[in-house]
Ligand binder design. Structure first.
Ligand code: HEC
Length: 230
């Protein structure tokens, strides 16, 4: 049988395809079950958080940081509960990452704060002596792209039924509503409101002044995103 297959490359290829497709189905199918998406407590990203996620991708943070806690004691002790597939229901694209030059960031919102991130992004070694992470000072001056974040929200709300402006269940039994504006100017107003809350915990005067003027520096959006990783 196998000798025969080895001599008939076409049928060999078909056999390989069928075997891999079957194994793939066994891995993928359970994820379509209702329980696996989205996990209770997982809310869609707000406009500001989504803009921060774009900053994260644009600066290739995922080249050094994973967002996937594996089910090993060494990892759950350090980062918290291992990742569940339903927690990624609103992640497009996934930022699992394949390399950990720095620590995993899946749940960094549980143990780092706005002011910690502010100091760390400006000068990592000032917070973590000997850190080899680069500084990202330009994020304090560049403006976040709220228009693109809003355009993405419109698309995902329409094509993937992401539940904006609807209650989503939280872990404590309550529900939360993530608002999405009806127009670009609405979206900007909502993002600015959220940005003010983040900037209130920051100490960089230029950032505070910018937010008071109605601008949203990239660092504010990025920190909103990092705080949402829980
Ligand atoms: C060249 C690799 C590299 C890149 C790129 C990088 N980091 Fe890091 N990061 C590290 C290393 C190494 C550490 C551990 C030392 C430290 O805390 O500074 C770290 C630590 C962190 C921490 C602290 C996590 C914890 O649990 O203490 C955060 C948050 C973080 N990085 C966010 C970012 C963000 C956001 C970006 C993109 C703007 C980024 N990093 C880009 C290497 C990198």
């Amino acid at each position: 049988m196998f000798h025969w297959l080895e001599k008939h490359p076409f049928f060999f290829a078909v056999g390989v395809f069928v075997t891999i497709a079957f194994a793939g189905l066994i891995e993928i199918l359970p994820n379509f079950a209702q329980q696996s998406r989205p996990v209770i407590g997982t809310a869609p990203y707000s406009t500001l958080e989504l803009a921060g996620r774009h900053v994260y991708i644009k600066n290739s943070c995922n080249a050094c940081h994973s967002q996937l806690v594996r089910p090993f004691k060494s990892e759950t002790d350090r980062y918290g509960h291992y990742s569940l597939s339903g927690e990624y229901a609103y992640d497009r694209p996934f930022l699992w990452g394949s390399k950990r030059t720095g620590p995993d960031l899946m749940r960094v919102g549980n143990y780092r704060t706005t002011d910690w991130h502010e100091n760390h992004m400006k000068d990592p070694a000032s917070v973590v002596p000997g850190s080899i992470m680069p500084a990202y000072r330009w994020m304090f001056a560049n403006s976040a792209d709220i228009e693109t974040a809003f355009a993405e929200q419109l698309t995902i709300a329409q094509f993937f039924s992401v539940p904006y402006n609807q209650p989503v269940p939280m872990r404590d039994g309550s529900s939360a509503v993530v608002k999405m504006g009806g127009s670009v100017s609405d979206a900007k107003a909502l993002a600015l409101e959220e940005a003010k809350a983040v900037a209130a915990d920051m100490k960089d005067q230029d950032v505070k002044d910018a937010v008071a003027r109605g601008e949203i520096p990239e660092i504010v959006a990025l920190i909103a995103y990092l705080n949402s990783l829980k």
